[in-house]
Design a protein around this ligand. Sequence first.
Ligand code: ADP
Length: 239
Amino acid sequence: MPILQITGACFGYGGRAVLHNVNLTVEAGDYLCVVGENGSGKSTLVKGILQLLPPQPGTVRYDGVTFREVGYLAQDAAPRADFPAGVFEVVLSGRLGHRGFLPFYSRADKRLAAENLAVLGIADLRDRCFRELSGGQARRVLLARALTASQKLLILDEPAAGFDPLVSAEMHRLLKKINAELGVTIIMVSHDLSAAMDCAKHILHLKNRPLFYGTVADYWRSAVGRAFLEHQPEKCEND
Ligand code: ADP
């Protein structure tokens, strides 16, 4: 069953399209990785999916998931030095959009937040101050918050960018687990093609329009995939 359908969509800024002719159906349970060179329109597509940029023309439609049930982890999300919240509070804040007019979180909200701390292996950080965490720990907390916002669809823009290979590998392992064990649909922008190829089920390659969309195995065999893989850092070839 499709969870997201984009039809005949162009996205851009100030009336100028930078991403053309996107037709995409994401099935529930899929793990889609969006790749392409810098400036190819990956973040623009994410903004379009998050309805921050309207398609002009075209449509973006969710099925079986409301917009508030979409969990999002931004590329530059990081603890702020002046942000005094505790880890559990940060994870729980993923439920903010679900609270309606209630001034407090429900018992179910708190249980879900605690479960997601455990899923991400950071239950021991529960009472720590968020701003005192390392970058890698903070990323995991923010992923737990996104998962607490949505058990259906996670959208991640470069979730491991700027981290060392160990933190990056751990992040991708967790995402793979969330997809495989919890059945959460994942749409992820990534520069790390080797991690993407290992985790994802489908690849969308953009160059201001879709150049390839299909399975990971077909991407390996495609001219677009082979050309892009050849220009990746060495670790790809050694994997
Ligand atoms: P990627 O994420 O693949 O690096 P982006 O989606 O960020 O690419 O950018 C695609 C194109 O849109 C680029 O040419 C970029 O300069 C342009 N662009 C991105 N953000 C804006 C903006 N806020 N206003 C105008 N142009 C933008």
